[in-house]
Design a protein around this ligand. Structure first.
Ligand SMILES: [Fe+2]
Ligand SMILES: [Fe+2]
Length: 485
């Protein structure tokens, strides 16, 4: 009984053939496999001719058991030193060369095969040389005039002992990608394709002749921190890297998740989960509070991480001074540029439509409140907090002495900032609620439409803005300061 699935893929066919060759006439072997091994049947027909019977004992759906009985002695025999002997005239002309090439491909380094033929198969020598270069020896054991026996042996140092397939599953069910075996243009697409098909907890192994570190950055950029990258072997000849898709860690907070992979914010947005001010909750907590199906959200998060590349900005890897400038230039400027217009339209639309749409009154008031709070808040950040962050970073980078200013730590003054974010965030939430998720009434004019559009955009920008401060910039700076004092 040969339990095929227990064998390494590269040994499967060879084991079946060798077992068959060892059988005496009338003896049988049983192939036990999880799919119909019909290809083996055809290979055996090519190799040995009609010298066996093929009987299905079990035919799926989960397992296939085939009883193969040797009905007469096969023309193929093993030579004394275990080489496979191909009796070429016995092979059908249409499969002769292919059979020889396949047999050669299956040889491990150091192994040999013997070609037994009725003429000198010299053309084959050139064909093999063309395909494999100087990686084999060609020795005449018998040189005519009736029979030619040539021993072809694979050089010891040619291969790396890996199977012939460029991509296969190993005994642990991990995908193995033998990168040098792929055509250059196929290398990256193949790796990405295998990666994208991995499920949570699954792994692939990249086998390469140099460190594929650039690939790490590309995967990180396209997919975010959803995988681990572990060196199993690190040169000098071969690099083996095990890449595993991480499972969702249920103790991770929403802030952590968004910080690591910005694209997941889209999922939180979709479900109305607050990922900036409410970022210190776990996904489960937030779902329970909102009465949302946790499984569904988890699913979407996983999807967001594995499908589609690009557009992923890893803010988490940015230097803090750069991030502070970025927030100021991008988000603070956005507020300063758009707030005056939003205030104008909120006032105007309330004036025209307030009578029929009473919610426009409180919306306008909230816009005024957000404006006031945010302007003051941003000034404080630009005047105190951001320069503070830069001082901390500078001291750390230059390894210089860090002078604490005042009697509060950076962490202590953050409470105020976070509370202000919360207040502005709540106000914006309330606006969305009053505006019925920015659903326009039938009598909405162009200004009404524009106001809702601007408010919607404003909320999106604010969420990103607060997220970057609450979950990345501020906690990282606080942590860094702690290390310094
Ligand atoms: Fe800010
Ligand atoms: Fe802020």
């Amino acid at each position: 009984m040969i339990n095929v699935q227990e064998l390494e893929p590269r040994l499967r066919h060879q084991t079946i053939f060798r077992t068959f060759e060892d059988l005496n006439e009338g003896e049988s072997l049983v192939i036990h496999n999880n799919h119909d091994p019909k290809p083996v049947y055809y290979q055996m027909m090519e190799r040995y001719g009609e010298v066996f019977s093929w009987e299905y004992l079990q035919e799926g759906p989960e397992w296939w058991d085939i009883k193969v009985t040797k009905t007469s002695n096969a023309p193929t025999m093993l030579s004394s030193d275990d080489d496979i002997v191909l009796n070429v005239p016995e092979l059908h002309p249409s499969v002769k060369h292919q059979t020889i090439f396949d047999t050669f491909d299956k040889l491990k380094p150091g192994e040999g095969m013997v070609i037994h033929n009725d003429h000198d198969p010299m053309p084959l020598f050139y064909q093999l040389k063309n395909m494999h270069g100087d990686t084999f020896s060609w020795t005449y054991l018998k040189d005519g005039p009736d029979w030619w026996d040539i021993r072809i042996a694979k050089e010891e140092n040619e291969a790396d002992g890996m199977p012939e397939d460029a991509v296969y599953k190993n005994v642990h069910n991990d995908y193995v990608i033998n990168v040098p075996k792929l055509e250059p243009k196929e290398k990256h697409p193949t790796i990405f394709k295998v990666f994208e098909n991995l499920k949570e907890g699954e792994s692939m192994i990249i086998h390469n002749d140099h460190d594929p570190k650039p690939l790490y950055y590309q995967l990180l950029n396209d997919h975010g921190e959803i995988f681990s990258w572990q060196y199993l072997e690190e040169g000098p000849k071969w690099w083996d890297i095990k890449v595993t898709i991480k499972g969702i860690d249920n103790s991770e907070t929403i802030g952590d998740i968004t910080r690591k992979d910005w694209r997941k914010a889209e999922v939180f947005k979709k479900y109305g989960i607050d990922f900036c001010c409410g970022g210190n909750k776990t996904v489960k907590q937030a779902c329970d509070e909102k009465g949302i199906d946790f499984k569904q959200v988890e699913n979407d998060l996983q999807q967001a991480a594995t499908t589609g590349g690009g557009g992923y900005t890893n803010y988490d890897e940015w230097n803090l001074d750069f991030l502070a400038d970025y927030i100021q230039n991008t988000h603070h400027n956005y507020v300063r540029k758009n707030m005056p217009e939003i205030r104008n339209y909120a006032a105007k639309v309330f004036k025209v439509h307030g009578a029929h749409h009473p919610e426009l009154g409180p919306i306008q008031q909230l816009v005024e409140q957000v404006n006031e709070e945010l302007m003051e808040h941003m000034e404080e950040e630009e005047g105190i907090l951001f320069p503070w962050v830069k001082r901390i970073l500078k001291a750390k980078n230059e390894n210089s002495k860090y002078e604490q200013q005042g009697d509060q730590t950076f962490e202590q003054i953050l409470d105020k900032s976070v509370a202000e974010h919360q207040s502005v965030g709540d106000a914006v939430d309330r606006i969305r609620e009053l505006a019925n998720e920015f659903t326009l009434p039938e009598d909405a004019c162009a200004s009404y439409t524009l106001l809702y559009k601007m408010l919607d955009d404003f909320e999106n920008d604010l969420h990103t803005h607060i997220h970057l401060e609450n979950n990345i910039l501020f906690p990282k700076a606080a942590e860094m300061e702690k290390q310094l004092v």
